[in-house]
Ligand binder design. Sequence first.
Ligand code: HEC
Ligand code: HEC
Ligand code: HEC
Ligand code: HEC
Ligand code: HEC
Ligand code: HEC
Ligand code: HEC
Ligand code: HEC
Ligand code: HEC
Ligand code: HEC
Length: 323
Amino acid sequence: MNRLLAFAILIPLTAGTAALAQSGGAQPAKTKKAAAPAAAPVAYVGSEVCGTCHEDVAKDFARNPHHDVETGDKHGGPNWTGKACESCHGPGGKHVESLSAADIRNPLKLTAAQVTSTCLTCHLNRPTQVGRIESAHAHNSVACTSCHSVHAHGPNGLVARKPAEVNALCAGCHTDVMARFQLPFKHKVTENAMTCVDCHNPHGGVKPGQMQMASANEPGCMKCHGDKRGPFTFEHAAVREEGCNGCHEPHGSSNAKMLVRQEVRLVCLECHANLPQPQPNATARVTGVVPPAFHDLTSARYRNCTVCHQKIHGSHVDRNLLR
Ligand code: HEC
Ligand code: HEC
Ligand code: HEC
Ligand code: HEC
Ligand code: HEC
Ligand code: HEC
Ligand code: HEC
Ligand code: HEC
Ligand code: HEC
Ligand code: HEC
């Protein structure tokens, strides 16, 4: 880039800067965080000026969904028509004069919280961002820009959408979780038949573990396992009380059916144990019902509980979940 040429272009343009600076004064208070010292006037120059030097970025930006901010088709927040660049980079007045990197806000050099609040001036409370500030990512300094590359330099562009891209993105940090999908009984995530985002909302959520929801307020598992959805005439209280992960490892397990224990009966006996009645002042509590005496656990016949209790997730006809 030719700096002299750039200045030549700038001379007529800076004449308009004062007017823009005035309208710029009405911009939200977030500009306090800009790299410029507090004493400098808040001067906006408009995207066209940025484009005179950052030609490539400006050219690519025409295809960026954020171009809607520039044209005023959609703001999603305060009105930044003609000043889209500065909606994220802050006022550029000082930078276009000094040409110094220190005088312009570069999101990559900000703290995660500063980036997040920049993005949330527009993206707050959109349907998929509900609870974002409360997410484990926000609490652990994972900024929007850890997953989204605004100028699409990253391998995934602005948004990772292909299953393989999403899983690779998440696996980049959650290697331990990805390892569980290598176990023999698991959801097909390593095959990219399914993604982390089928179950988790990367932006946060109201349920623990940032779980996705199905039909507004059911566990996201129901999106695919609708047959486990009630209402059952005879529900198994465990499903409601503990949720699916009371008995299943959602990521993967070395136990068949992704159970939390090696054998079905060990899962059941955690709650339906033939334990002595708790003492009146005991803190331990037997949650379920103790199986009737004819359940002879020394006999192999009674070991696989679900051979008889087939409707383990709930039954429409039998209170003992037998059919
Ligand atoms: C007159 C030319 C010129 C104009 C106009 C200009 N820039 Fe720059 N910009 C530069 C130069 C030169 C650098 C490189 C500075 C360096 O590396 O020291 C730069 C660097 C940057 C950086 C990187 C900062 C960093 O931390 O590495 C950003 C972001 C940026 N400009 C945004 C903008 C925006 C937004 C506008 C419009 C408001 C704008 N620029 C207008 C010349 C310009
Ligand atoms: C939606 C927010 C947003 C908008 C709008 C935006 N940028 Fe950026 N810009 C970023 C972020 C975030 C980075 C850090 C790198 C990345 O994530 O791609 C960045 C980095 C840069 C850089 C330095 C790194 C590089 O790519 O060389 C320049 C220069 C830049 N932007 C210029 C512009 C210009 C010019 C415009 C307007 C045409 C603009 N930006 C609009 C968010 C934005
Ligand atoms: C000035 C308002 C504004 C700011 C600031 C802003 N965005 Fe956006 N963003 C939009 C608009 C408008 C769209 C396009 C339409 C929509 O999704 O409503 C959009 C779209 C997106 C999309 C979705 C693109 C798609 O293909 O669906 C992502 C991802 C995104 N922005 C990330 C960011 C990130 C990361 C930041 C902070 C670095 C940021 N945005 C800052 C207004 C903004
Ligand atoms: C942990 C990674 C991660 C973080 C952090 C993250 N996102 Fe996303 N975001 C994604 C993924 C993955 C998608 C694609 C979701 C899908 O396809 O369902 C997405 C989608 C989006 C979309 C498009 C709308 C949609 O849901 O399809 C917008 C807008 C967006 N993110 C904005 C943001 C903003 C703003 C922040 C910061 C406040 C942020 N994201 C933080 C991973 C992330
Ligand atoms: C830049 C690193 C990074 C990326 C990329 C990332 N995460 Fe995270 N994630 C974290 C950190 C750090 C935590 C908090 C510590 C922890 O629980 O491991 C976290 C926590 C979580 C949690 C636990 C939430 C809770 O409340 O316990 C879930 C679920 C999650 N991430 C899902 C995802 C998904 C899905 C993706 C891909 C779209 C993703 N993460 C991408 C770093 C990342
Ligand atoms: C079949 C649904 C499902 C899929 C697919 C899935 N998860 Fe989970 N994940 C869960 C459930 C359920 C929990 C437990 C949530 C709770 O705390 O109640 C969980 C918990 C987590 C946690 C926090 C506790 C822990 O076990 O470490 C992280 C982090 C996490 N998942 C990341 C991921 C990542 C990364 C992927 C993709 C590689 C992924 N998950 C795919 C259902 C899923
Ligand atoms: C996006 C769809 C989808 C979601 C969401 C989903 N599953 Fe699955 N699940 C499947 C598919 C498909 C299979 C069969 C996998 C195979 O063939 O290897 C499966 C298999 C299973 C199995 C093992 C079945 C067997 O025969 O071994 C269990 C247990 C299970 N899922 C529980 C859950 C739980 C618990 C959740 C919520 C945390 C959940 N699933 C969310 C699609 C899903
Ligand atoms: C009380 C423990 C328990 C709870 C809670 C539970 N499951 Fe199961 N689930 C089992 C057992 C045991 C099996 C194996 C049945 C067998 O061996 O025939 C199973 C099997 C499955 C299977 C594979 C076989 C089939 O019937 O399709 C899926 C899928 C499944 N469960 C999904 C879920 C979902 C989704 C939830 C949450 C709504 C859930 N489970 C909650 C104990 C439980
Ligand atoms: C997390 C604890 C828990 C686990 C694990 C569990 N259950 Fe239950 N189960 C309960 C509770 C609580 C009830 C309801 C008892 C009541 O209504 O008084 C119940 C009820 C039942 C009933 C019906 C009895 C009735 O009167 O409603 C049967 C049959 C049953 N469970 C079998 C099983 C089997 C078989 C397994 C193993 C696959 C199992 N349970 C795993 C907690 C559990
Ligand atoms: C051979 C078939 C069979 C097997 C195997 C079996 N049960 Fe049962 N179970 C029954 C029948 C039949 C009843 C109903 C008894 C009745 O109507 O009084 C029952 C009732 C129950 C009840 C309800 C008790 C009540 O008072 O309401 C529980 C809890 C239970 N079984 C748990 C288990 C557990 C845990 C296992 C595995 C260790 C298991 N069952 C294995 C046949 C079986």
